[in-house]
Design a protein around this ligand. Sequence first.
Ligand code: H2B
Length: 97
Amino acid sequence: MVEKLNAAERAGLAGTLPEWTLVEGRDAITRAFRFKDFSEAWGFMARVALLAEAQDHHPEWFNVWNRVEITLSTHDAGGLSARDIRLAQAIDGLLPG
Ligand code: H2B
């Protein structure tokens, strides 16, 4: 059983994942990414897919050409869990800078 984030963990979200925002109306976080072109966006998605498989935790996502939007939530928990934080941090780690 996966536990949802507690109040203290939620309070820390803005600090640990400043680029991610809470989704209105559901217990999930989201981040939008923009790349040079489709090839760059798809390359990023391929790297995210490998992370997701390694963590056995998978994104909900949307892609149009150079844009990728990723939403993370733990279906097994019915909301945000530490698995989402871990995957979001790993995704952020793929980006330059
Ligand atoms: N991804 C997400 N986002 N939430 C889950 O609850 C989840 C998952 N569960 N990936 C995993 C796979 C589960 O279905 C497998 C059986 O471990």
